[in-house]
Design a protein around this ligand. Structure first.
Ligand code: IMP
Length: 423
């Protein structure tokens, strides 16, 4: 069984918990794109773990975590997460495998990310500042360095020195301090020593796993609406985030995928700039942000809050061939007296679909809302659909019928067990 878990909004949908659950029976859990701009939180026995690179399913005793080639790696962050896991008693030897195809986020990428953002002034994109755009730019312009280069230290030193020299010229024009090649090489050599035992071609491992019909969970990062091609570009991340990346970044043939789980938060959040049609600017947004702890896992920035946008979710469902929905953070809406859901858009009096909108249209259009009466009860102990208050049931049922595919899971709390599973 191969299951892909993808976010259906702008990231932060609560994928970490869903991956962790899906991975309970998984032999392999795989990351296949993006970098440490992603952040996944898993709560186990009241302990909160936040990861940016290591796949969330790592806590399951028999699961092997694979970081496949589409992922880009900040070695300092990766080593930090590995040390944290070892401290938590997770033995990583034979449990974590890193593809040599992974491109590296290097110090000059981070410096460039900041320099470009500063230069944009009031038109900042609100990147996470983790060097993501510049790293992918180097990848496609043949200037990238991978774990593969790191295996061959002398080649790495030569290429790193050359690349850093080029980047330093750019940084200097922005009045930013150049990267100190010698100091950085000392750090990188140390990381290399720590990581060498984990670098191994992941393609044969995953191909053999598919042949043996092993359980595999592919952990999507970010969200579908941050896809570099299908977002309101440039308000995007630099990688593709749709289901096709399991093939490109993970080497998994698409026809081997059995199930695509689309994770949808019961309301909406967004970090960074760009138009969000259903954004709320009132006290309610503040209340939801506080109750839902809607602060970036990566940067700590307060997330923008809005009503659930089903026009956008339905578009993502189609793009990703989603088979089932996991609805998350429903408990956060308890106590909201009136809940709205966006069911379409109009512009200049005419219907317009998400797929036809660039950022100009998204900023101008008028969302069409359906309004639901809320519920007051705490729902975190609900474990069956019928445990939910009637108004809550109506809200959930509407989402399912509008999106047009079954809800496989409704998450009603941060704890691992706080779920209602479809029978
Ligand atoms: P970058 O990926 O750091 O270049 O940032 C580009 C945009 O994507 C910014 O608006 C970020 O806030 C957003 N972004 C990237 N990754 C995530 C994520 O995992 N969750 C939420 N937003 C993200």
């Amino acid at each position: 069984m191969i299951t892909v878990v993808l976010g259906m909004q702008w990231g932060d949908e609560g994928k970490g918990k869903i991956v962790d659950l899906a991975a309970r029976r998984a032999d392999y859990v795989v990351r296949f794109h993006g970098g440490n701009n992603a952040g996944h939180t898993v709560v186990i026995a009241d302990k909160k773990f936040s990861f940016h690179l290591v796949p969330s399913g790592i806590f399951n005793p028999k699961t092997v975590a694979i970081i496949a080639g589409g992922t880009i790696l900040d070695l300092e962050v990766l080593v930090g997460e590995m040390e944290l896991l070892e401290k938590a008693g997770i033995k990583l030897k034979h449990k974590l495998v890193l593809s040599p195809r992974c491109h590296l986020i290097l110090p000059y990428h981070k410096a460039l990310d900041h320099a470009y953002e500063n230069a944009r002034g009031k038109n900042k994109l609100g990147t996470t500042g983790r060097g993501i755009g510049p790293t992918y730019a180097d990848k496609v312009s043949y200037n990238g360095l991978r774990l593969y280069e790191l295996l061959h230290w002398n080649t790495f030193v030569e290429k790193f020195t050359f690349q850093a020299g080029m980047k330093n010229k750019i940084l200097t024009t922005f009045d930013v301090a150049p990267v100190d090649v010698k100091t950085e090489l000392v750090k990188l050599k140390k990381f290399r020593t720590q990581l060498l035992p984990y670098i191994q071609d992941t393609y044969p491992i995953l191909t053999a796993a598919i042949a043996k019909k092993k359980h595999m969970v592919l952990e999507g990062a970010h969200g579908s609406m941050l896809d570099t091609d299908w977002s309101p570009y440039p308000f995007a991340t630099a990688s593709n985030t749709l289901v096709g990346v399991v093939n490109i970044g993970g080497g998994i043939p698409i026809d081997k995928v059995d199930k695509v789980v689309g994770v949808v938060k019961a309301y909406l959040s967004r970090v960074g700039a760009g138009p969000v049609p259903t954004e709320l600017f009132n006290n309610l947004a503040e209340r939801i942000r506080e109750k839902g702890a809607e602060y970036g896992t990566t940067t700590g920035r307060p997330r923008r809050i809005g009503w659930l946008d089903l026009e956008e979710v339905r578009f993502c469902r189609r793009l990703n061939s989603v088979s089932t929905i996991a609805l998350t953070k429903l408990d956060i809406l308890s106590g909201v007296s009136e809940i709205k859901v966006c069911v379409g858009y109009t512009m200049d009096g005419k219907k317009i679909h998400y797929s036809s909108c660039g950022y100009e249209e998204l900023a101008k259009l008028t969302p069409v809302y359906k309004t639901f009466s809320g519920w007051k009860e705490d729902i975190t102990k609900a474990r069956k659909f019928t445990d939910l208050p009637k108004n809550c049931q109506t809200y959930v049922t509407f989402i399912e019928s509008f999106v047009g595919i079954p809800l496989g899971l409704v998450s009603v709390g941060a704890e691992r067990s706080a779920n209602i599973l479809a029978s």
